[in-house]
Ligand binder design. Structure first.
Ligand SMILES: Nc1ncnc2c1ncn2[C@@H]1O[C@H](COP(=O)(O)OP(=O)(O)OP(=O)(O)O)[C@@H](O)[C@H]1O
Ligand SMILES: [Mg+2]
Length: 446
């Protein structure tokens, strides 16, 4: 039986039932993807050694991209990196002129996590740690704290935007030293890109610039340098839902974003970036579509093309910048269901009896309803299984075999994947593929 804390157990179950990837406890449910994980651990080690990496995580809808990114984030935190993550959206882009890149930066900073603050909001604690490290150094070397701070911050000044960044950290120190909490808050606000006008920043912090759409990437690089100064091993930047760039209807806006991706990719591959790694999650059309995907941009296509040698040999090049998520297998799902059963039972007084034979019966029931998508894109299978466990827990007189046939399951597919010309019938057919069951859990629970 797995040993797992109650809070972790509840988070896992609640998130999976809601169809989202849990923020914590992923190690308890992880299955498959051994080679992909190994490759990313190597990448993280290279960041710790002062290098950089850029990895696209490409997979079909529901195939496990977010899960994988979240898992690697956990590994990175354990290894002493700072992580930031955000989903792209129409309001959050890599390149923009209407504040959308600044929005993305703010979101990333809001979600900044460290090993001791894995749920985000870690920005101030990094600045505090930078001050602590500097104070320790000042004690051990017999120098004034200001002198140590200035020495450290000076190295940022040679980078674009570094001078203002250093001044803002210095302002935080002043606030810290004089007990001026407002000044500290203003500094953090600036670092979170929450100033929208230079005038206000000048007034509060006496700096000339703010983090805006144009300085998005320069500031990510500065942040990676700063976390090193604060004693961390590097920065992992996780960007999910990249398909939102593909969906931009304005060609110019899309190209500008792809240019930004090219800039980041080049920087990582050519040694222009240090102690930073990028993980970008997106669907195949975001990469491959020759008209609107990354492949529409010649320079990106040549850099992101699959390793033809590996392809010819039928093997996967895990070191390529685009990592294609293979689907989970039936065996993976079987193991996963077993893990979910144990996790579910770990938090309740009397265990729900679901023998291995029931797992097999459940899987073949799902197969009959929705074909092999039940293990390839398992979100709904996982939900249905946990719903089943939940009903069994609340109705001790029921047994799994009584209920199996009543389990309703639909194929996991994106709502907006249907074309405008689809009739209601085809949409319903697609969503309910193979599922003649009309009574859902709602009826069933009565
Ligand atoms: N390796 C894995 N081990 C255990 N569970 C997994 C694994 N990969 C994915 N899952 C589960 O499969 C479901 C779908 O995964 P996820 O949300 O990561 O897919 P996605 O590719 O990000 O989907 P979308 O295209 O909607 O963003 C989730 O419930 C997740 O917990
Ligand atoms: Mg996802």
């Amino acid at each position: 039986m797995v040993k797992i804390r109650r809070r972790e157990r509840d988070t896992i179950i609640q998130s999976l039932r809601a169809g989202v990837v849990p923020q914590r406890g992923l190690q308890h449910i992880q299955v498959g993807r051994v080679n992909e994980i190994k490759a990313l651990i190597n990448n993280i080690d290279s960041v710790i050694d002062g290098g950089a990496f850029f990895k696209l995580i490409i997979g079909e809808y529901g195939s496990g991209k977010t899960f994988f990114i979240q898992l690697i984030k956990t590994v990175a935190l354990e290894k002493g990196l700072v992580t930031i993550h955000a989903d792209l959206s129409p309001e959050r882009r890599l390149q923009a002129s209407g504040g959308q890149a600044r929005n993305l930066y703010s979101e990333l900073m809001k979600n900044l996590s460290t090993r001791t603050k894995p749920d985000g909001n870690g920005l101030s604690s990094i600045v505090e740690r930078f001050i602590t490290v500097s104070r320790q150094e000042s004690d051990s070397k017999g120098k004034a704290v200001e002198e140590v701070l200035t020495e450290k911050l000076n190295c940022l000044c040679e980078y674009v935007g570094g001078y203002d960044f250093a001044n803002v950290i210095a302002a935080y120190w002043n606030g810290y030293n004089t007990g001026n909490d407002n000044l500290k808050q203003d500094a953090v606000r600036w670092l979170r890109a929450e100033y929208s006008t230079k005038t206000e920043a000048k007034k509060n912090l006496d700096v000339r610039n703010i983090i805006d759409d144009n300085s998005f990437y320069d500031h990510l690089k500065l942040m990676s340098l700063f976390v090193k100064l604060a004693g961390y091993d590097g920065l992992l930047v996780c960007l999910d839902e990249m398909v939102n760039l593909y969906k931009l209807s304005n060609t110019q806006a899309r190209s500008a974003n792809y240019e930004q991706i090219l800039r980041i990719l080049n920087d990582c591959l050519q040694g222009g970036a240090e102690n930073i790694g990028f993980l970008l999650g997106g669907t195949p059309e975001f990469l491959f579509d020759p008209r609107k995907g990354l492949y529409s941009y010649e320079a990106l296509q040549s850099r992101l093309a699959e390793n033809s040698f590996a392809k010819a040999q039928g093997v996967i090049d895990y070191n390529a910048p685009a990592l294609h998520m293979t689907n989970l297998s039936q065996e993976d799902l079987y193991i996963l269901l077993g893990k979910l059963r144990d996790i579910f039972n770990s938090g309740i007084d009397s265990s729900i009896v679901i023998p291995d034979e029931a797992l097999e019966a459940f899987m073949s029931h799902c197969f009959n309803k929705i074909g092999d998508s039940y293990f390839k894109t398992p979100r709904n299978t996982i939900k249905a299984f946990l719903d089943l466990m939940d009903v069994l827990e609340q109705n001790k007189q029921l047994s799994w075999s009584d209920m199996l046939e009543q389990i309703s399951i639909t194929r996991d597919c994106p709502v907006d994947s249907f074309s405008e010309n689809d009739t209601v019938e085809t949409v319903m057919q697609n969503a309910m593929l193979g599922d003649e069951q009309t009574e859902g859990w709602a009826n069933f629970k009565l």
